[in-house]
Design a protein around this ligand. Structure first.
Ligand code: FE2
Length: 260
């Protein structure tokens, strides 16, 4: 079985990259399941219902979120019926949504869990190490992918080792920068600190670079602007054997410097 995980889809250009390249990727790599982090898919923050439905139509089976989950308030209106959407499991308990879901594809029970980091984040989430223990108590899946939406590589690496042998893969999201540390950990869990962003190529993690430079140089808060740029796609491909062990993890990069 082959599972493609697409990194943080950011704004219109990120959605266009999926529309353009996902059919080709599916064909070339014989992909069975597609998962994507879509917390920034609508105008760079949040996810509206139209884009959620577009992703489903394009064959994305499960979607994960992050620290911007409720940036688009309409999510409160459709989240109860969005049965392929996974919000951070350790978000404040008052917020709605499912933090871990299992679906069956080709006879395999595929579980995806979304977790938020707490290091350099907003401090409102439950400890992710404790939270995932709760998920594991109930888990009977064949393949379990954890999207760890976090800032600090140290926290990500630590969770990877904590979950080694307990889940199939720990893939990081949120920093929007692909890390070159994909590996299979000693007890068989596939790991990568960050899958990277599917969005504007010439940008500061998706935002207009000039406005961000101005903000950083002067300290004056500039408006949030999505960068106008050609696109990039970042994804990670996981290959499983018949015993549900991940035997290969590989990065996929598409942009003007990495042709497809
Ligand atoms: Fe994020």
């Amino acid at each position: 079985m082959k599972i493609l995980f697409i990194g943080d889809v950011f704004a219109a250009i990120g959605r266009e990259m999926i529309e353009t390249y996902l059919p080709q990727l599916k064909q070339q790599y014989q992909i069975d399941v597609v998962i994507a982090n879509v917390e920034n898919a609508t105008h760079g923050k949040g996810l509206n219902k139209r884009h959620y439905e577009e992703f489903l139509f394009q064959g994305i089976s499960l979607m994960t979120m992050g620290n911007h989950t409720f940036a688009k308030k309409e999510l409160f209106d459709y989240i109860d019926e969005a049965d392929r959407l996974i919000v951070p499991y350790n978000q404040p308990r008052a917020l709605p949504g499912m933090g871990s879901r299992e679906i069956t594809i080709l006879g395999k029970k595929i579980r995806v869990t979304n977790l938020l980091g707490i290091t350099f984040m907003d401090g409102k989430s439950q400890n992710p190490f404790e939270a995932i223990d709760d998920v594991l108590k109930e888990d009977t899946s064949d393949i379990h992918i954890v999207d760890f939406h976090a800032e600090a590589t140290s926290e990500k690496i630590a969770l990877g080792y904590y979950l080694d042998g307990k889940v199939s893969a720990v893939l990081g999201t949120h920093t929007h920068v692909t890390t070159a540390d994909e590996k299979i950990l000693p007890q068989g869990t596939a790991y990568q600190s960050d899958v990277g962003m599917t969005g504007p190529y010439e940008s500061v993690i998706g935002c207009d670079k000039d406005s961000i430079i101005k903000r950083m140089k002067t300290g004056v808060m500039t408006p949030f602007l999505v960068a106008e740029s050609v696109g990039q796609l970042r994804a990670t491909l996981l290959t499983f054997n018949d015993q549900n062990q991940c035997i290969q993890i590989e990065r996929i990069c598409i942009d003007p410097d990495h042709s497809f």
